[in-house]
Design a protein around this ligand. Structure first.
Ligand code: ADP
Ligand code: MG
Length: 613
């Protein structure tokens, strides 16, 4: 090609490319998602530029679309897929840099992960900016032609073409010999070989787009459909005009035995079909979105092709400062892998859009409280400026108001699920119980709401709430009794001497074994008029002292009877214990050691020493 220049891929790029090709061999599908996401990004960039420079839209194409066309020859076993967008395009320089030479941030991290044999999946290549290379999964040679819009800086852009094959370590860039055939934007031509022939089907491509791209691609995607229809051709008036004797004889034969068959002519019809024709689901009325659609959207946002959400909430909101928005919150069916390790830095699962244009999924570490950072949230605001940056956002009251609303809605969602879908809520309580307890510790404002969402084992039930506990209290009981032991089985906790007397007297004791339980209970302090009480600590009061007048008298008598023993023990254990008393806490155990109300319980000491070890 005239004016062609050959470039070598950077050595990292060559490695990366072959890694992508090899590790994604069984996920070839992703090429379409990645190319469409690039086309969408290019249109998004064009839209941003057009906010300050309208001329980019008027020059050339006014449309902002993505088109997919299977080449004419594609009916056979090989053919081409052409993906075109009318986005921002690339100059010769950008073709070279963006597709061939630039070592992007994060690539070395990607290489490390991939070479360590950590699963390199489709998500990873998107995250690390390697999406383009996925086209080599299905196409041994790739041709990209691109034409940026005319701007004041570049008033007469020239269309350039980039060509590369999946094997070589170089690529070519040259002025497109066809001239500026694209009004504006980028055209990618994939040559599909026999092995990948499955992709040469409009149906197949439509299915893939519906699965992976309808939620992430906001611009219209069209695909060219070709239909062959048969039009009947009227039979010729006289059989044969130009006198072929054999033919004539044949016709005569058939005429005698079978009626004359109608003949058809095949006619090709072409039409562009819009694939993603529905408004994005968060913009629609919740009543008109099916359960299947919510689940499919969950799979798209969580990038989990098989997972199902445990619940969701789809609502319209309005921050006090006059910004209205729509949002969908999902409760994922599994805890993100790095949830606990990243608890301190926070994980970002909130995607912010403004009028359907993606703005950011990085609202800063502390946007969602870390204990709720497992939720997958999509927010679309109506009235923010489109070119809002994260910095201006952070100074904007919108974010802090949005945060409050999201927390409230999330807690409402949990409450609703616990009432309407108790079986599902059981799973939530199990998966996220520890996170909710931390929420109670960190979010004093929502203490009571969160407390109601917690589920516990107790001496009465395997699964109870604090409200049920209060309902089941004995007359006069003013404390919520609990026994804590991190990682211990509830049945073992129930056997503790601290618990036995209470149990024998008919009191319920919560049996807590999560790390966050004890600090949470201490912080909760009060619930529906009752105070929380660690049964291994001082301060334990029975509510039925009056009923047990006789018992009380007996205790007084025993205190006198055992005075010599108590005095001797106090002297003998001086410096080791702060007090020795006669108690009526125990049933079968002869003695027990308890902790001062303000001291650390044995359980807490275990946690603390485990941390300092
Ligand atoms: P990422 O999209 O994460 O940046 P990709 O490998 O998918 O990484 O794409 C590399 C770069 O190539 C993009 O950042 C963009 O600059 C450019 N690019 C790819 N496809 C297009 C396109 N259709 N229009 C304009 N630029 C594109
Ligand atoms: Mg990309």
């Amino acid at each position: 090609n005239e004016g062609s220049e050959t470039f070598r891929y950077e050595s990292d790029i060559t490695r990366l490319r072959s890694l992508v090709i090899h590790s994604l061999y069984s996920h070839k599908d992703v090429f379409l998602r990645e190319l469409l996401s690039n086309a969408n990004d290019a249109l998004e960039k064009l839209r941003l530029v057009s906010l300050t420079d309208r001329s980019v839209l008027s020059a050339g194409e006014g449309n902002v679309t993505i088109e997919i066309n299977l080449d004419e020859a594609s009916r056979g076993k090989t053919g081409q897929i052409v993906i075109r967008d009318t986005g921002i395009g690339m100059t010769k320089d950008e073709l070279t840099r963006n597709l061939g030479t630039i070592a992007r941030s994060g690539t070395s991290e990607f290489l490390k992960k991939a070479e360590e044999g950590q699963g390199v999946d489709g998500n990873l290549i998107g995250q690390f900016g390697l999406g383009f290379y996925s086209c080599f999964l299905v196409s041994p040679t790739v041709r990209v032609s691109s034409l940026p819009p005319a701007t004041s800086g570049n008033s007469e852009p020239t269309q350039h073409t980039f060509v590369s094959s999946s094997t070589g370590d170089s690529f070519e860039v040259f002025p497109d010999p066809r001239g500026n055939t694209l009004g504006r934007g980028t055209e990618i031509v994939l040559s599909i070989g026999e092995e990948e022939a499955e992709f040469l089907s409009v149906e197949k491509l439509k299915t893939l787009i519906e699965k992976h791209s309808t939620f992430s691609t906001t611009f219209p995607i069209y695909i060219k459909e070709r239909k062959t229809s048969k039009i009947p051709v009227p039979p010729p008036q006289s059989p044969v005009e130009d006198g072929d004797p054999d033919k004539f004889a044949d016709d005569l034969d058939t005429d005698e035995t079978t009626p004359k068959e109608e003949t058809f002519e095949e006619v090709q019809e072409e039409s562009w079909i819009r694939v993603n024709d529905k408004a994005p689901i968060w913009m629609r009325d919740p009543k008109e979105v099916s359960e299947e659609e919510y689940k499919a959207f969950y799979q798209a946002v969580s990038k989990d092709d098989t997972g199902e959400p445990l619940g969701w909430s789809h609502f319209k909101g309005d921050t006090g400062s006059g910004v209205s928005f729509r949002a969908i919150i999902y409760v994922p069916s599994s805890l993100p892998k790095e949830f606990w390790s990243k608890m301190t830095s926070g994980i970002n699962n909130v995607r912010l859009m403004v009028k359907r244009v993606f703005i950011t999924d990085d609202l800063g570490e502390d946007f969602m409280p870390r204990w709720l950072s497992f939720l997958k949230v999509t927010v679309d605001a109506d009235d923010l400026p489109l070119n809002v940056s994260r910095e201006t956002l952070q100074n904007n009251r919108f974010l802090s108001q949005l945060q409050r609303i999201l927390i409230r809605k999330a807690l409402d969602l949990f409450t609703k699920l616990s009432n309407d879908q108790p079986e599902t809520y059981k799973q939530i309580a199990k998966l996220y119980g520890n996170a909710l307890r931390i929420g109670l510790l960190e979010s004093p404002k929502d203490k009571v709401k969160i407390a109601k969402l917690l589920r516990f084992e107790s001496t009465r039930s395997e699964y109870t709430t604090l409200e049920e506990y209060v309902e089941n209290r004995k007359e006069g009981q003013k404390q919520i009794y609990y026994m804590a032991g991190v990682g211990e089985k509830a049945e073992d906790l129930a056997r503790s001497p601290f618990v036995e007397k209470l149990f024998a007297r008919g009191y319920e004791v919560l049996l807590l074994n999560l790390p966050s339980d004890e600090p949470m209970m201490a912080s909760l302090d009060q619930f529906m008029g009752m105070t929380t009480q660690d049964v291994s600590k001082k301060g334990l009061k029975f509510g039925d002292e009056d009923e047990h007048e006789a018992e009380k008298k007996e205790l007084e008598a025993q205190k006198i009877a055992f005075r010599p023993l108590i005095d001797w023990l106090k002297k003998d254990l001086a410096g080791q214990v702060s007090d020795v008393t006669v108690t009526n806490r125990l049933v079968t155990s002869p003695c027990t050691i308890i902790v001062d109300s303000y001291g650390w319980s044995a359980n807490m000491q275990r946690i603390m020493s485990a941390q300092t070890d």
